[in-house]
Design a protein around this ligand. Structure first.
Ligand code: ADP
Ligand code: ADP
Length: 237
């Protein structure tokens, strides 16, 4: 369970990106966060994984108050959150397999020397995940040789190898064509079901949000302006 209480974020520039956000994500729920550009969607996700420091408020994951963590505790908490990004954030000159393993072992320079002898279990799991996301034929390809959809599949496998409790997904389809976008959203949805994972997915495509999420939360100017099912969103529109 992820719970945000009265979360505020004001950037040094003065932008009040989040205003008194109260939000609870129950186990296994797939939530789509929608809203116009500048509404605060990325800021919300980044406050949860602490890429951005909230100005005030509380963010709890299970029994852990995320806003107070630092050092090793913060790193451990981040490992329990799988991140999937719009621009994939792959290491271009590494292979598909290496990119997935980097999700497991974090720091790339560290595992490159490390994995040859020690990480057989991780390699096995990476194979299994790459098979699941449809990339078992491409494990030795370099990231920079992949299509956008393939890159996002690597990003998904890399997030899942951490065995996260929650997925934080920031505009996963923004760089993809409509057909690939649907395939990627379907894959994320199926994996959440299979692994009983909760997810927050920032997505500005409302139709995709409605098709694949359990719950839609609408943000505007840093405030929640809608919270309901995809059907309720239709009824309101
Ligand atoms: P999105 O709308 O998908 O969040 P943006 O293009 O608005 O993406 O932002 C891209 C990057 O620029 C992000 O890292 C964001 O934090 C940063 N950014 C957005 N707005 C501002 C701003 N007013 N001042 C400084 N950085 C900003
Ligand atoms: P969204 O993801 O919904 O497009 P963002 O969270 O990126 O919205 O942005 C919310 C507001 O915060 C916007 O006004 C944006 O300009 C501002 N903002 C985002 N990132 C930064 C940043 N790094 N520095 C200053 N302002 C930012």
């Amino acid at each position: 369970m992820l719970t945000l209480s009265q979360v505020n974020k004001r950037y040094p520039t003065g932008d009040h990106a989040l205003v008194g956000i109260d939000l609870t994500l129950p186990p296994g729920q797939v939530m789509a966060l929608i809203g116009p550009s500048g509404a605060g969607k990325s800021t919300l996700i980044r406050c949860v994984n602490r890429l951005v420091e909230p100005t005030s408020g509380s963010i709890r994951l299970e029994d852990t108050e995320l806003t107070r963590l630092s050092g090793g505790n913060l790193r451990r908490a981040r490992r329990s959150m799988g991140m999937i990004f719009q621009e994939y954030a792959l290491v271009e000159r590494l292979t598909v397999m290496e990119n997935v393993l980097s999700g497991r072992l974090g720091y790339v320079g560290f595992w490159r020397s490390f994995l040859r002898r020690y990480a057989q279990a991780d390699i096995t799991e990476a194979f299994r995940l790459l098979e699941r996301v449809g990339l078992s034929h491409a494990i030795d390809k370099r990231a920079d040789a992949l299509s956008g959809g393939q890159r996002q599949r690597v990003g998904i496998a890399r997030a899942l190898i951490q065995q996260p409790n929650v997925l934080l997904v920031d505009e996963p389809t923004a760089s993809l064509d409509p057909k690939t976008s649907r395939l990627i959203m379907r894959l994320i949805r199926e994996l959440c079901n299979e692994r009983k994972l909760a997810a927050i997915i920032n997505i500005h495509d409302v139709a995709l949000a409605q098709q694949f999420a359990d719950r839609i939360v609408g943000l505007r100017a840093g405030k929640i302006v809608f919270d309901g099912t995809p059907q309720e969103l239709d009824a309101q529109a």
